[in-house]
Design a protein around this ligand. Structure first.
Ligand SMILES: N[C@@H](CCC(=O)N[C@@H](CS)C(=O)NCC(=O)O)C(=O)O
Length: 331
């Protein structure tokens, strides 16, 4: 059991059924709320935790929504962030094949959002080998397809460049990257800490599309070690799935120890972000694509104290890139 009362279980049916029911109820509550105008569609993720959802009557969910003010993200979207005119390039639309949690995938979603290019986001299950293999010959995300041009691409930054520089998709919006070694060093320094916090939470949230089914969760847990394990050892026959899930649960159980460390780590970001509208002094560009994609993952960590500047940056970029944060489904 975790400090949040969640358990990650590899194969037993009980948790899966509970999760499925919870998800169904959450979707019902959310769509009801949306239908009544209480919640913007992005608020679909304002979800109560899995153990308590069964106890929550629909009426009280709606009532609490009414009582609480709109989050800044929801009020920012229409009013404060300028979006270019929507671009529609042919039919069928361009498709991005992604996992929601994947920062490389967020880069690609971000450039489509920043240029306001109408596109389709196709979330793959984490164990889906066929879809990516048919497109590019291996299991990888992100992949971008422009059906009208018979074009398929992988490599996130190549895709970002391809889309940013295509004049048929509107004028370029990105300034070159400024080689932010400070941000890269920050990320490297805290990589283990954030892996320990984020990886179990992606799976435990129960709401990321790539983990909707047990097979997707199993594939992720099998392929992504939690520190201090190294990938080859973790994936080897030295461990079975029950052990791997047990290690994920151990990480969740260390929340009280890890969260204060994470709070200290994110304080360092405050001095590295120039403003909500651009992380680097010259202006909005590749640095923001890369930084937002990385920092968005922090928002899956419930009770993480992001500084005002970092929070403002994430909320602004989330609206500009049209990629929602995890705030309201944080675990
Ligand atoms: N250099 C690639 C890296 C992409 C990448 O590593 N994607 C991960 C997902 S976060 C992946 O697909 N790994 C293989 C797998 O999950 O099986 C890019 O920038 O697009």
């Amino acid at each position: 059991s975790t400090s949040e009362g969640r358990v990650l279980v590899p194969r037993k049916g009980v948790t899966s059924i509970t999760m499925t029911r919870s998800l169904a109820l959450v979707l019902c509550v959310s769509s009801l709320a949306i239908a009544h105008g209480f919640v913007a569609p992005a608020g679909l993720r304002s979800v109560v935790s899995a153990p308590s959802v069964n106890k929550l009557p629909v009426a009280s969910a709606s009532a609490s929504r009414l009582a609480s003010p709109l989050s800044p993200r929801m009020t920012l979207t229409p009013s404060s962030v300028a979006h270019p005119e929507q671009v529609i390039v042919g039919s069928p639309l361009s498709i991005v094949y992604v996992y929601d949690h994947c920062p490389f995938c967020v880069r690609v979603r971000a450039i489509f959002g920043a240029k306001n290019i109408k596109h389709e986001v196709r979330f793959m299950a984490n164990d889906d080998i066929d879809t990516p293999t048919k497109l590019v010959g291996k299991k990888i995300a992100p992949i971008m397809e422009i059906p009208t041009k018979n074009e398929v691409m992988m490599e996130s930054l190549d895709i970002v460049k391809r889309i940013d520089e295509d004049p048929t998709m509107g004028p370029s919006v990105l300034l070159p990257g400024t080689d932010r070694t400070d941000l890269k060093a920050w990320q490297k320094k805290h990589q283990d800490l954030f892996r320990s916090l984020q990886r179990p939470r992606y799976v435990a949230s129960g709401l990321l599309p790539e983990f909707a089914l047990k097979a997707g969760r199993d594939a992720f847990v099998k392929n992504h070690p939690v520190p201090p394990f190294e990938k080859p050892d973790w994936k080897s026959d030295n461990y079975d799935m029950a052990t791997r899930y047990a290690k994920y649960n151990e990480c969740m159980g260390k929340t009280d120890e890890l969260l204060p460390q994470a709070n200290t780590a994110v304080e360092e970001l405050e001095g590295m972000i120039f403003s909500a509208k651009h992380a680097s002094e010259p202006g909005f560009g590749y640095d923001d694509i890369e930084l937002f994609a990385r920092l968005r993952s922090l928002t899956i960590i419930k009770n993480l104290n992001l500084g005002a500047k970092t929070k403002g940056y994430l909320e602004y970029m989330s609206a500009k890139f049209d990629v929602p944060l995890y705030d309201q489904m944080a675990v």
